[in-house]
Design a protein around this ligand. Structure first.
Ligand code: FES
Ligand SMILES: [Fe+2]
Length: 425
């Protein structure tokens, strides 16, 4: 349980809020690359409570600028892409990707004072099938060289999903290992979407998650955030070890269908305080993803990136299927389960009435890191995991594990040895 004030501190990210200031110290996804093809229409976007327009100029450069024209406020997302920028439809002012007004065609000589106008603009860059932006002050940090952003395109899949709730609920779901044994439990092994035999066992993840529903959870503070170890009993003398990660300030890495050769990531970007986009990455460091896997990754997501199961249709819950198919009665796709669990907590969960228990260890740890990041920014210090040193911009220690290990092996030693192996590659 936290106080109302602490809850506000962690959940409010609009301009001028302490957590908004923290979020703005990092690159954040603002759209999928597929939404902004060369020559495509500008996109009206809202991120961290700010209304903006994202566009790609006629040289292919992405730009993110204030939505309303600096002249008399017309919506620039209807504008024309031409002549090195985005042109307002009302009187033809032309903006480049840096927010400079480069033409005022209705003024004598194209506008003698146009250089004095500074239209709001944020730097952007393309990486990993996503357009990123930096909305903070000063020089942007480096965009982290996460593996999921740097592998070849054929080895990665990315999409996004609209969530009608605060970003923090989404992210706290990712770092809550116990819910896997309940919310995502399939009662019918034959219909599990991502079926996998856990290395070191003859059993599936689904069966092992059902076998030990009260795991031991350990949390280790890392330079990027938290490494979370979840230990469940497996076959005799083996432990089912899952390692997941909270990455500052609003993403998580966990074992999805590519675990062992890659992992999955959920990156929760506030639209405003009441809804957010979850960017969903999956990658393999070893091979191209199959068409089947890509299809599953986007299953049940509409062309405008909404889930077909939603609150308005009660997530299409079928109570008969709760007896034979799934714990939730909401189909086998875990994305729908997560949306139900987190959206139904309320637009902003009232954390003053929650009752945290021992298995909420990682959630408590992540809140502490966010609070200390907020304090760092307030004091003028660099918050954790803001990268400015190229030497520090690599993350072999950001490891994700889902396998059975001998009981005699210590879970931390196992993870560290695996990291050494990755480093040596
Ligand atoms: S309002 Fe945009 S050019 Fe006049
Ligand atoms: Fe989940």
């Amino acid at each position: 349980m936290i106080t109302a004030e602490e809850n506000r501190l962690l959940t409010q990210t609009c301009p001028g809020t302490p957590c908004g200031e923290l979020m703005r110290r990092y690159w954040q996804p603002v759209a999928l690359g597929e939404e902004l093809p060369a020559g495509g229409a500008p996109l009206k976007v809202k991120i961290l409570g700010e209304e903006l327009v994202l566009f790609r100029d006629d040289q292919g450069r992405p730009g993110l600028i204030g939505l309303h024209c600096s002249h008399r406020g017309t919506d620039l997302s209807y504008g024309r892409i031409e002549d090195g920028g985005l042109r307002c439809l009302y009187h033809g002012w032309l903006y480049d990707v840096c927010g400079r007004v480069i033409d005022q065609p209705g003024e004598p000589g194209g506008g003698a004072n146009k250089g004095a106008i500074r239209h709001l603009a944020y730097p952007c860059q393309d990486a990993g099938g996503v357009v990123f932006t930096y909305m903070g002050p000063g020089e942007p940090p480096l965009l982290p060289n996460y593996e999921f952003l740097t592998v070849p395109e054929v080895q990665r899949s990315v999409t996004r999903i609209f969530y009608r709730c605060n970003y923090l609920q989404g992210n706290e779901g990712n770092i809550d290992p116990v819910h896997l044994s309940f919310l995502h439990q399939s009662l019918n092994e034959a219909e599990v979407v991502y079926k996998r035999i856990v290395p070191g066992t003859g059993t599936t993840d689904n069966a092992l998650l059902a076998k030990d529903i009260a795991p031991t959870i350990e949390v280790e503070v890392m330079d990027y955030g938290l490494r979370i170890y979840t230990l469940r009993g497996a076959e005799s003398n083996k432990t089912y070890l899952r390692v997941t990660n909270f990455i500052m300030p609003n993403l998580s890495a966990f074992g999805g269908s590519t675990v062992g050769e890659g992992y999955s990531v959920h990156w929760h970007v506030p639209i405003d305080d009441w809804c957010h986009w979850k960017y969903v990455f999956m990658f393999s460091r070893e091979r191209a993803l199959s068409d089947d896997l890509r299809k599953k990754h986007r299953a049940d997501i509409t062309p405008d990136y909404r889930l077909s199961r939603e609150a308005a249709n009660r997530y299409q819950q079928d109570r008969d299927s709760m007896l034979t198919k799934t714990f939730t009665g909401m189909g086998f796709n875990f994305q729908a389960h997560d949306a139900f669990a987190t959206e139904s907590q309320g637009l902003i969960q009232d954390r003053t009435s929650e009752h945290l228990v021992t298995s909420d260890k990682a959630i408590i740890g992540a809140r502490k890191l966010l609070q200390s990041g907020i304090e760092d920014v307030k004091q003028g210090r660099q918050p954790r995991h803001r990268i400015s040193d190229p030497q520090a911009n690599q993350f072999p220690h950001l490891t994700v594990i889902s396998e059975a290990i001998p009981n005699a092996t210590h879970w931390k030693d196992y993870a560290d040895k695996l990291v050494e192996k990755t480093r040596a590659r």
